[in-house]
Write a protein that binds this ligand. Sequence first.
Ligand code: FE2
Ligand code: FE2
Length: 286
Amino acid sequence: MLSSQEIIAKVGNLPSLPTVAARINTEIESEGLSAKRLGAIISEDPALASRMLRLSNSAFYGMPRQISTIERAVMVLGFDTVKNLALSISIFSFFEKGISPAIDVIGLWNHSLGVAVCARALVMRLNFKLAEQAFLLGIVHDVGKIALVNLCLADMEQVCRLIGQDGMSEEEAEMQVFGFTHQRIGSMLIKEWKFPEMMVMAVKSHHELPPVLKECDEEIAHLIRCLCVANQFAKALALGVSTNQKREAIPSVMWGYLGVERQDIAGLSTVIREDYQRIIQSWEMD
Ligand SMILES: [Fe+2]
Ligand SMILES: [Fe+2]
């Protein structure tokens, strides 16, 4: 068995994000990225470009006319949507590399899509312009589990057994087997992939109800709280299959932060379920 230090040291050797995604993150961080440049970067990777066009034309975006070029996708869907789609497709390819008979990786990907649509629906109640960022947070939040599947499958199976058969909490099981949590390794990984600090913080805190947030601005706090609620809400609505299906109760203080009243929850659930059905069909790849 690998020690926790050995596993952490290996994070740098994990299948890296496709160069395209790394370039998108690096260029945004350093000099800003123009719509034209984003289109050019995506077009250089034919597999990414074709998945991008398929998703752009899917029911989820409901475009009235066929989108046949990346430039057109950027124009019609907008810079943020296309940029986040490119990053989501790259994360999906990381999930594909982790596919194993022992762990339901596709179920976990579907859970991530479920958390993405929940986080997006929740964030939009108070702040429409954070929708795309909330979606991407849902996509990446459990990426640490896929890292662990890649690095030490047998140990990850042991974690699932401890949760499923022995009734341990996920955190207890991960601490016993690895000495750290999937939130920790996930946040290290996305830091390595040059995702912004806000996302690193969100991945690290996604199991906290409420998250402990030191010195961060209100928009970031709102995004992180939405992610924490979305992770539990997606389980409550049975969207996808997490490796840990047990869900924590969502304290009323969390709903309060998000501006959701008890009587709003049923309507919100209906919208989220519909979004989820559309997105699952859209992501049914090759
Ligand atoms: Fe998680
Ligand atoms: Fe999760």
